[in-house]
Design a protein around this ligand. Structure first.
Ligand code: PLP
Length: 340
């Protein structure tokens, strides 16, 4: 049995999802004539209580489009030092938008409203870049699937309003936060200018992200997506997977979360583990006590048991639970871990 915990992106479509895809009604989405894409966009816009949404081939492109939408070349955005948009989008912030990032030294990928306020460059001080956007991530990827306190997000909104900044949410794993904290998409839709969500992570789709916001912003985003080469034709086959996932794979995220917590608890008790970050959703980040076991030895042992996990650098290891990680795999993994 192969147990792959490197990411929640490794899932393959379920039988139900494939059936939904195969029977999708499609058209040419470049002419906005694909009924399944239109239905997915409407469904997500409605979930968030927003006017419009736009389907993208990746979360990276959805985030990069939002950044382009909210900034002008030479300006600066504020984000946490762990942000995906800074670390894992190929430098797109500067490549696509000509914008720099002011990195905030937050906690597990989350900043306070006060830190955001202090990171804003005074608009009349023309020597520094003009601050125009704040981007946050929920749940935080590099922060170990941590969920924000909604009150802090509201306080950041107030800072944005006072300083005329746009506010973007990289919600690649927002679904996990909604399930873990029993929050609603509507409360997020009311707070942010734009939100990107991934269908190809916890929800188990093969492809797809969606950006949601005002009609005006999504009209502009349509042009940007075109320039980025993100137009797709009969994308309804993919959108149908998204609709199926929203209807069938959302509530079960709680299972991923409880399995992750169980793994975290077992890891904490192992003598060669130095630290396990608090596990709130489906991501477990931990560090070895390398005097007791080296990283190479640990990875080798896991490999011998057909277990794959990921090295996040700086001594941190990551496991992610997901739709294709079964109860059988889970029981097996816990057994193997205690015997290492
Ligand atoms: C995965 C991820 C994205 C987007 O990734 P793609 O692989 O481009 O779909 C964006 N933000 C965060 C926090 C992510 O984890």
């Amino acid at each position: 049995m192969q147990i792959n915990l490197i990411s929640d992106t490794i899932t393959k479509p379920t039988k139900g999802m494939l059936d939904a895809m195969m029977s999708a009604e499609v058209g040419d989405d470049v002419f906005k004539n694909d009924p399944s894409v239109n239905a997915l966009e409407k469904k997500i816009a409605d979930m968030f209580g927003r006017e419009a949404a736009l389907f993208f081939p990746s979360g990276t492109m959805a985030n990069q489009t939002a950044i382009k939408l909210h900034t002008q070349p030479g300006e600066q955005l504020i984000c946490d030092k762990y942000s995906h948009i800074f670390h894992y989008e190929g430098g797109g912030v500067s490549f696509n938008s000509g914008v720099s990032c002011k990195l905030v030294d937050g906690h597990r990928g989350m900043m306070t409203a006060n830190q955001v306020k202090e990171a804003i460059n005074p608009p009349d001080f023309y020597h520094s870049p003009l601050t125009s956007l704040v981007s946050i991530e929920n749940t935080t990827n590099k922060g170990g699937g941590a969920c924000w306190d909604f009150e802090e997000l509201k306080a950041i909104r107030e800072v944005c309003d006072r300083h005329q900044l746009k506010y973007h949410l990289d919600g690649a794993r927002l679904w996990n936060a909604l399930v873990a904290k029993n929050e609603s998409a509507l409360q997020y839709g009311a707070l942010f200018d734009t939100i990107s969500v991934c269908l190809s992570k916890g929800l188990g789709c093969p492809v797809g992200s969606v950006l949601v916001g005002s009609k005006e912003d999504m009209n502009k985003a349509l042009r940007i997506r075109k320039v980025f080469g993100g137009n797709m034709r009969q994308a309804g086959y993919l959108a149908a997977a998204g609709i199926y996932a929203l209807d069938n794979h959302m509530e079960r995220l709680a299972i991923d979360h409880s399995r992750a917590k169980e793994i975290s608890t077992v890891l904490q008790e192992l003598p060669f583990i130095k630290e396990v970050a608090p596990t709130q959703t489906n991501i477990i980040i931990f560090e070895l006590d390398e005097r007791a076991m080296s990283m190479a030895a640990f990875m080798q042992k896991l490999k011998a048991h057909n277990i794959q996990i990921i090295d996040m650098g700086q001594g941190k290891l990551r496991m992610v639970t997901h739709l294709d990680y079964t109860q059988e795999m889970h029981e097996k993994l816990l057994e193997i871990l205690v015997e290492l």
